[in-house]
Design a protein around this ligand. Structure first.
Ligand code: HEM
Length: 450
């Protein structure tokens, strides 16, 4: 039996899910409580979960029963059959294991300097005294970071070609989404352009992979692709070129727009909260452990109050009892961070943007403050369990580094214009006006922090 949910006709429910899923979910939660069902074509029944105990059941559940890869399968046409995002069970576990080392904290730390350089170069070109949407700037910065630190491209001509080609492959316009669902469309007009662009991007990626394999400096290289080329499983098997291509596109798709959106929200929130902005600037200037703690808290609070992804999905491979309901095989269960993060039960005054809620006084740490311990079922902007975002550490370090550089290089004007609405773009929730900001002046910054 399914939990309660709205009685609207299925086509209307589908329209709500595709156009305003976050508002629709919040309304249903108020009406039906922490577990409810909605219909959305082409997926079928979706069961939202907003109680941490139920979410724990899913995240800790048997990966053979809770299929995340199957729930993401619409992306197969773009990501390829061996994408870590689309695999399940043993194949997922083995592939994910091979991909973990480049995303460990130490490996990510080695990328921080390059991330800062990329952010600096972009901020130097921002206009002064004129309002502009910062979201496209953030997309440029995060794309460049992926090209240089994940794919590891150095050659200027190939960098320029990849800058052009890659954003177009992950195109999620209506045509793009239709081609994802039905790859056979790619043989027909007007989809042939998408097919050609994918082939161009693939050729560039295969060239990068070939160059990495032949690089005499492969052992010293720190880019993610080099580490993936070196990595082998217990049987000594390494990823093939086609598998590496699928993982690169996956990392681009999963890590580019998401991080750009999270950074845009951070700036949208900061310019509406002068006191938080003042403290963030002081933290960026200090560049010490306490400063980093504050910037990390700012990042976490941004991801709480404006989660880029509203919920994650798992397809049930057999009937299971979840949240007291016997759900049939094929149902998609959705732990919804968007609902949990907005709940007064878990976050007092949840609408208040307050990085301090992510910090606790500490006599043990040298900085006098330390991060609060967050529960994986009440703060989970990166999903959870064996499918938690591979790039969670990478994204948080990137956000801290990019924000620090921005705050050190420019003085931001605050604004009392209304909060930007959350707007659906692909599977993310973006600032409705592109996160408009105004730079008052460039700053003469003290010694660079690295
Ligand atoms: C703020 C930025 C980001 C957010 C909010 C985010 C969020 C997420 C979420 C919600 C999932 C699904 C987890 C689940 O199903 O439980 C996910 C998966 C994933 N993310 Fe991220 N992500 C971000 C940045 C990145 C970056 C920078 C990378 C890599 C460069 C990345 C790589 C991945 C991969 C590979 C997966 C699939 C993991 C698997 O299926 O095992 N993400 N991410």
């Amino acid at each position: 039996m399914l939990p309660p949910g709205p009685k609207l006709p299925k086509p209307l429910q589908t329209a709500m899910m595709w156009t305003r899923p976050h508002r629709w979910a919040a309304t249903n939660r108020r009406r039906y409580g922490d577990v409810f069902r909605v219909w959305a074509a082409p997926s079928g029944w979706l069961v939202y979960l907003a109680d941490p105990a139920d979410i724990k059941t899913v995240f800790a559940g048997d990966p053979a029963v809770y299929h995340a890869g199957e729930a993401n399968s619409i992306l197969r046409g773009v990501l390829g059959d061996s994408s870590v995002l689309l695999l399940d069970e043993a194949r997922h576990r083995d592939r994910r294991k091979l991909m973990l080392p480049p995303f460990h904290r130490d490996a990510v730390r080695r990328q921080a300097e390059l991330m800062a350089e990329i952010a600096d170069a972009d901020v130097a070109r921002w206009p002064i005294g004129r309002e502009f949407p910062v979201a496209p700037r953030m997309a440029t910065i995060t794309l460049e970071i992926i090209l240089r630190t994940v794919i590891g491209t150095e050659d200027p001509a190939r960098l320029a070609a990849l800058r052009q080609a890659l954003p177009r492959v992950t195109d999620m316009s209506l045509l793009g989404v239709a081609a994802m669902a039905k790859p056979e469309l790619l043989r027909r007009w007007p989809w042939r352009g998408i097919r050609r662009r994918r082939a161009e991007a693939d050729a560039l990626l295969y060239a990068e992979i070939a160059q990495r394999r032949a690089d005499p400096r492969l052992a010293e290289r720190t880019d993610v692709l080099a580490m993936l080329v070196r990595e082998a499983d217990e049987g000594g098997r390494q990823m093939t070129d086609a598998e590496l291509r699928d993982q690169l596109i996956t990392l681009l798709m999963a890590g580019h727009e998401t991080t750009a959106t999270a950074l845009s929200w951070a700036l949208e929130r900061l310019v509406r909260h002068p006191e938080v902005l003042r403290r963030a600037v002081a933290a960026a200037d200090a560049g010490d452990a306490a400063g980093d703690e504050y910037l990390d808290a700012l990042v976490k609070e941004t991801l709480r109050i404006r989660p880029v992804i509203h919920e994650v999905a798992r397809t049930l491979t057999r009937p299971v009892r979840v949240a007291g309901f016997d759900l049939p095989a094929g149902t998609i269960v959705m732990p919804a961070m968007g609902l949990v993060h907005a709940s007064a039960e878990h976050y007092p005054d949840p609408e208040r943007f307050d990085p301090d809620r992510m910090l606790a006084p500490s006599s043990a740490s040298g900085s006098g403050i330390s991060p609060v311990t967050l529960s994986p079922t009440t703060w989970f902007p990166f999903g959870g369990g064996g499918r938690r975002c591979l790039g969670a550490t990478f994204a948080q370090v990137e956000m801290r580094v990019v924000l620090r550089e921005i705050l050190r290089r420019v003085e931001l004007d605050t604004t009392d214009t209304p909060d930007e609405p959350q707007r659906v773009k692909h599977i993310t929730l973006v600032p409705g006006k592109g996160a408009r900001i105004r730079v008052r002046a460039r700053r003469v910054t003290p010694v660079p922090v690295r």
